[in-house]
Design a binder for this molecule. Structure first.
Ligand code: HEM
Length: 527
């Protein structure tokens, strides 16, 4: 009896002690974790803490890039803040951005609701080896098809662009000076340039297929924006309405994928390895080579080939069309606001290019007023105000602060372009800031419309060629004015991933070319 009683007591004590030890152990673990979090929070770059769960979300006012700019003015050029569950680190000093983004460890992409929707396909939202291989391949491929400052391929690219410029100008001339919104005309012409390079596809201005494709892209942007809240507070994705939005995104993606897949299938049928027509063919070539060698291709890392090609085409199209369209719309808008600059650009071209032909890329070094005007448009509009969001590939230190692996790193390009310590009166539109005392165009190292470092824009050369060709030809061919009775359109843009102007209308009055007064058809080789 005594032995039994002792055993019961012993067991009771052991259980009691174990429970207590376990409780103490859990409490210590919890405390250590809380201390770790506090230490981490203390070593993060400075910035507003906000409120529990929501972070700074309730205090967001206006456009995100302007909100971040206000914070950097208050807390310094490296700040951190929480938006819901996401830790955001903003860099606004150009040297800091440049030095950080040169390093491999800043080339990651954050894992967000948005990136999971894309399943790691494409180039823009990938990271690691797959991104690196993809980027190198695309860089070489785009060069091969003329995205280069030198060589015969450059001439090919210029011809391709000028074919679209001429069609653009003739469609505009057919509007006979009536008020028009340039947006749909630019959309077709610019899409044709990029689609030709990617997959030898061109659209006409009334093409139903193209309209549907553009509609799906625009709707996609809107649908993604309406999911934004759940990117920051993931639990919101279970709200009614959010599921339907996701389903709609998936449905639209299938429709766009079908459109792209049709082109991929046509390419597969007519594929000739000795004559690669476009970027899509270069992918097919790589796949064929890998199949013959019986190995998986490093460009796909076990991913579905067709889906990867679809996403690459989609990535380059969406990165390459909207950005140039917005830049050109900003350029026109600034010309309406600064007719004296428009006049100076036109006079320079009349003198250097003459009235017998359209401007060519080789004229550019002799057109400092035109070039500096385009640069100033890019600076002041900063159409990709926050670049793309990067993520550290591991926990890092930057300027003595801790950047955890899950942080989202934002390069605030807008703040760099509006920094009064770098630019004199940055809010003022002043192209001559890019011209030195010898009359030459100079681009300071803190001019970063295409970002900087390892993940900087892949399409910079094409973008510069297109912006020059469309802008200079438009101004060479037409006087641009506000429709009679209408007020000057606002310079306040609509901010999303890019900033574009609100829709506005213009009237175009032809500036006679010499072949018009001669009553002849445009002479062959005049452009
Ligand atoms: C005015 C036109 C354009 C501007 C201002 C622009 C600007 C930018 C910026 C700021 C970035 C992010 C850089 C970073 O995060 O560090 C970017 C990335 C990118 N751009 Fe552009 N871009 C333009 C046109 C184009 C064109 C025409 C193409 C395609 C042919 C293109 C393809 C890309 C791609 C693929 C990336 C992502 C690169 C990567 O993730 O490694 N862009 N661009």
């Amino acid at each position: 009896m005594f032995v039994y009683g002792s055993l019961v007591l012993w067991n009771f004590l052991v259980e009691e002690i174990s429970t207590r030890i376990l409780t103490v152990f859990v409490a210590v673990l919890f405390l250590v974790r809380v201390l770790q979090k506090l230490k981490e929070a203390n070593s993060l770059p400075p910035g507003p803490w906000g409120v529990p769960i929501l972070g700074s979300l309730p205090f967001l006012k206006g456009d995100l890039h302007l909100h971040f700019r206000d914070l950097t003015q208050k807390y310094g050029s490296l700040i951190s803040t929480r938006l819901g569950s996401q830790l955001i680190v903003v860099l606004s000093d150009y040297k800091m951005i440049r030095d950080a983004f040169r390093k491999e460890e800043f080339t990651g992409r954050p894992i967000t609701e948005f990136s999971t929707l894309l399943d790691g396909y494409g180039v823009i939202n990938t990271a690691g080896k797959l991104w690196k291989d993809q980027r190198k391949f695309l860089h070489d491929g785009l060069r091969h098809f003329g995205m280069s400052y030198i060589g015969s391929r450059k001439a090919q690219m210029e011809n391709r662009i000028m074919r679209e410029v001429e069609e653009f100008l003739s469609v505009l001339a057919a509007q006979k000076g009536n008020p028009i919104d340039l947006n749909p005309f630019l959309a077709v012409s610019l899409s044709n340039v990029i689609c030709d390079i990617l997959m030898s596809v061109r659209f006409s201005h009334n093409d139903e297929r193209f309209r549907r494709f553009m509609f799906l892209i625009e709707e996609g942007f809107k649908l993604f924006s309406s999911l934004e809240a759940s990117f920051f507070i993931p639990i919101l994705k279970y709200l009614p309405g959010q599921r339907q939005t996701r389903e709609k995104i998936a449905k639209n993606r299938v429709e766009m994928a079908q459109f792209l897949q049709e082109t991929i299938e046509e390419h597969k049928k007519s594929f000739d390895p000795s004559h690669l027509r476009d970027l899509l063919d270069t992918y097919l070539y790589e796949i064929q080579k890998a199949n013959e060698e019986g190995v998986g291709h490093h460009l796909f890392e076990g991913k579905d080939h067709d889906r990867q090609m679809q996403q690459i085409m989609g990535d380059l199209f969406s990165a390459g069309m909207e950005t140039i369209k917005s830049s050109l719309q900003w350029a026109v808008l600034f010309m309406l606001h600064h007719p004296e600059v428009m006049k100076a650009v036109q006079e320079e071209m009349d003198q250097v290019v003459g009235r017998r032909r359209l401007p060519k890329l080789e004229d550019l070094p002799y057109l400092p007023v035109t070039e500096s005007t385009m640069l100033e448009v890019m600076r002041i509009s900063s159409i990709v105000p926050m670049g793309t969001t990067h993520a550290p590939t591991r926990d890092l230190q930057l300027n003595g602060f801790h950047l955890p692996r899950h942080a989202q790193i934002v390069p605030l390009l807008h703040a760099v372009h509006m920094d009064p310590s770098l630019w004199d009166e940055p809010e003022k539109f002043n192209p001559s800031r890019f011209i030195n005392s010898e009359g030459k165009v100079v681009k300071p190292e803190y001019f970063l419309p295409f970002g900087v470092g390892r993940r900087m824009c892949l399409g910079e050369i094409l973008a510069r060629m297109e912006i020059f060709s469309f802008f200079s030809s438009l101004l060479h061919s037409f006087e641009i004015c506000v429709p009679a009775g209408e007020t000057l359109p606002s310079l306040k843009g609509v901010a999303g991933i890019t900033i574009s102007p609100n829709a506005f209308k213009i009237c175009l009055k032809p500036r006679p070319m010499e072949w018009d007064s001669m009553g002849t058809i445009r002479p062959a080789g005049s452009h």
